[in-house]
Design a protein around this ligand. Structure first.
Ligand code: F6R
Length: 366
C-alpha cells in the first residue's frame, strides 16, 4: 500500500507530479488561454465585482492561503486577507455580503475552519471551499468550491495536499483575473502553458533526493533551524519550518528574510542551519544580501536555488537546485526539496514520520 516506499509521506511526496496533474485536469486550456472551474462557475459574474476575499484555514492549509494571497492580488487585483480560522471566528470580524470567504482544508473536517465558515455565512458572505476529501463536512457547508483531487493523504504531515491547494489557488487567481479582465489572453496562454509543465519540473526537483539526503545528514543533529524567504518564498519558508518541527521535533521557525535583522539574527552562530529560498526572481538580490548577513555570523546556509545558479553557490554551504519557472509557480517547486529535507532528517532521527507524536490527521476539536 506504500507502493514500495518506506513511508506514506515519501510516497505522497513522490506522487506530486501526478496529483498536480489530476488537480489541473479539465480545468486549464493553455492553447486558448482559458481556465474553467465548474465548481464556482455560477459565481463567475459575482467575481467581477467583489471588494475583498478573506481566506480562512489552519496550519499547512493556512500557508497555502498565504501563497493564494500573493497570486490573487498579483493577477486578479482583489485585496485578500488570510486569517487563522481560530482567530477569525473569535474576534467579531467585519464581513459583508460583498465578501467572498475561501476556506481551505485538506480533511474538510477541521473544527475551527468549520466554525469560521458558519460565522461568515450568517453574516452574508459567499463561501468557497478548497478541500481534498470529497463529501466531507466543509464542502457541505460552503456555497461552492473546488476539490484538490490529490487523492487520500495518509501521512499526518501534509505534502501533496498542500501543493494541490496551491495549484487550485493558482487556478482561482487566474480564473478571477480572467473574469475581471485584469489579465490578457496572451499572458494567460503563456502562464497556463508553463503551469501545464510544472508536473515535469516537480519530477526534476524530486531527482535531487540523494543530494538532499546528504544535506539532511549534515544538519540532522541541530536543535534549531531557520527558514527564510521573501515574497511567495515566505509562505514556503513557513511551510518548510512547520514540516521540520512536526516530524523531526527540531525547533524551526519560518521568517520573511528581511525580518531576520529585527530579532532572529541574534540566534545565528555556527550551530544554526538557515534554509533560504534563494531562487532567481524579483527578490533574488535582496535574498543574497540576507545570505551574506548569515554567513558573516558563521551560520550554516542551505539554499534552494534556480538550476545553474552561480551567485548563491559562492556563499552557501549547500545548494539544492530546482528548475527555473515563472515566479507564480515558485512555491510549487521550492516546497519539494523542503519536504524531502524534513523527511530525511526525521527518518535519521528515528522519528515516526507518518504519525508524529501528539498530532492527528484531522483536528475535529477546537
Ligand atoms: C501540517 C498539517 C496541519 C493541517 C491543519 C489543517 O502538516 O497537516 O497543519 O494543515 O491541521 O488541516 P486541514 O487542512 O485538514 O483543515
Amino acid at each position: 500500500e506504500k507502493g514500495g516506499f518506506d513511508h506514506f509521506m515519501l510516497k505522497e511526496i513522490y506522487e506530486q507530479p501526478r496529483s498536480i496533474k489530476d488537480c489541473m485536469r479539465g480545468r486549464i486550456y493553455p492553447e486558448e488561454g482559458k481556465v474553467q472551474l465548474g465548481g464556482i462557475k455560477e459565481f463567475a459574474e459575482k467575481l467581477k465585482n467583489i471588494d475583498r476575499i478573506i481566506i480562512v484555514a489552519c496550519g499547512t492549509s493556512w500557508h497555502a492561503g498565504l501563497v493564494g494571497e500573493y497570486l490573487i492580488e498579483e493577477y486578479a487585483r482583489i485585496p485578500v486577507e488570510v486569517e487563522y480560522a481560530s482567530e477569525f471566528r473569535y474576534r467579531n470580524p467585519i464581513i459583508t455580503e460583498k465578501d467572498v470567504v475561501i476556506a481551505i482544508s485538506q480533511s474538510g473536517e477541521t473544527a475551527d475552519t468549520m466554525a469560521a465558515i458558519e460565522m461568515a455565512k450568517e453574516r452574508g458572505a459567499t463561501i468557497f471551499g478548497i478541500c481534498n476529501v470529497a463529501g466531507a463536512s466543509i464542502p457541505r457547508l460552503t456555497h461552492a468550491g473546488v476539490y484538490t483531487h490529490a487523492g487520500p493523504e495518509i501521512g499526518v504531515a501534509s505534502t501533496k495536499a498542500f501543493t494541490a491547494q496551491v495549484t487550485v489557488l493558482t487556478l482561482m487567481a487566474f480564473y478571477m483575473a480572467q473574469q475581471k479582465g485584469t489579465i490578457t489572453t496572451s499572458k494567460l496562454i503563456e502562464l497556463l502553458t508553463e503551469l501545464d509543465h510544472i508536473p515535469e519540473k516537480i519530477q526534476v526537483a524530486l531527482a535531487s533526493n540523494d543530494l538532499i539526503k546528504e544535506v539532511a545528514e549534515k544538519i540532522k543533529d541541530s536543535t534549531n533551524c531557520l527558514f527564510l524567504g521573501r515574497g511567495s518564498g515566505f509562505p514556503v519558508a513557513l511551510e518548510g519550518a512547520l514540516k521540520l518541527k512536526e516530524i523531526s521535533y527540531i525547533h524551526a521557525e519560518g521568517y520573511p528574510a528581511a525580518e531576520m535583522k529585527h530579532g532572529p539574527i541574534a540566534l545565528i552562530d555556527e550551530e544554526m542551519p538557515v534554509v533560504f529560498i534563494a531562487t532567481q526572481n524579483s527578490s533574488y538580490e535582496k535574498v543574497i544580501s540576507n545570505i551574506q548577513e548569515v554567513k558573516a555570523r558563521k551560520g550554516k546556509v542551505i539554499a534552494i536555488v534556480t538550476q545553474g545558479d552561480t551567485e548563491v553557490k559562492k556563499m552557501a554551504d549547500y545548494c539544492i537546485e530546482i528548475p527555473d519557472a515563472n515566479e507564480a509557480f515558485l512555491p510549487l517547486l521550492a516546497t519539494i526539496p523542503l519536504q524531502l529535507l524534513s523527511y530525511h532528517i526525521a527518518v535519521m532521527r528515528g522519528c515516526n514520520v507518518d504519525q508524529p507524536r501528539n498530532l492527528a490527521k484531522s483536528v475535529t476539536v477546537e
